[in-house]
Unconditional design. Structure first.
Length: 153
């Protein structure tokens, strides 16, 4: 039952929190499987880059497999477009492709998260983005998305 290890650990902490956000790396591996098994819902970040959107099918398949075999109550909250640079047509195209291909079955958050190097710098200093640079656009967007998710819960 190695895919349930994180679920077991979190069972001791859940009573102390209203929400626990698990930020996973982009791999489809045992850690991601553990996180999906332990979660009530999932947010899917997609970089505003063509190759990132290509992997979205695999992510959705993994989530659907977890729903069938390990966690039938797992809900998909939505897809967040990240590292968005409004001046490039590529980013806009990726947003439109994701809306076209997944918008009928998965909620696509309207506001993309803009690109900022500070998002990458924060973990290098061992800080959350909200501790490191709370006033930048991406931090504010993530906060609004978190509020939207919490309101829908």
């Amino acid at each position: 039952s190695r895919e349930r290890l994180l679920e077991y650990i979190l069972s001791f902490l859940k009573e102390n929190y209203d929400y626990i956000f698990l930020d996973c790396h982009p791999g489809l591996d045992m850690f991601t499987l553990n996180a999906l098994t332990a979660s009530d819902s999932v947010l899917i970040p997609v970089e505003a880059h063509v190759l990132s959107s290509d992997g979205l099918d695999q992510v959705e398949k993994m989530i659907r497999t977890v729903q069938r075999k390990l966690n039938p109550s797992l809900q998909i909250e939505g897809i967040i477009i990240t590292k968005f640079q409004g001046r490039t047509s590529c980013c806009g195209q990726v947003y439109e492709i994701v809306k076209r291909d997944f918008g009928n079955q998965i909620h696509i958050f309207e506001e993309p998260v803009k690109y900022s190097i500070k998002v990458a710098e924060a973990p290098a200093f061992g800080l959350s983005l909200h501790e490191y640079a709370p006033n930048i656009d991406p931090a504010q967007t993530y906060a609004r998305i978190a509020l939207e998710v919490m309101k829908s819960a």
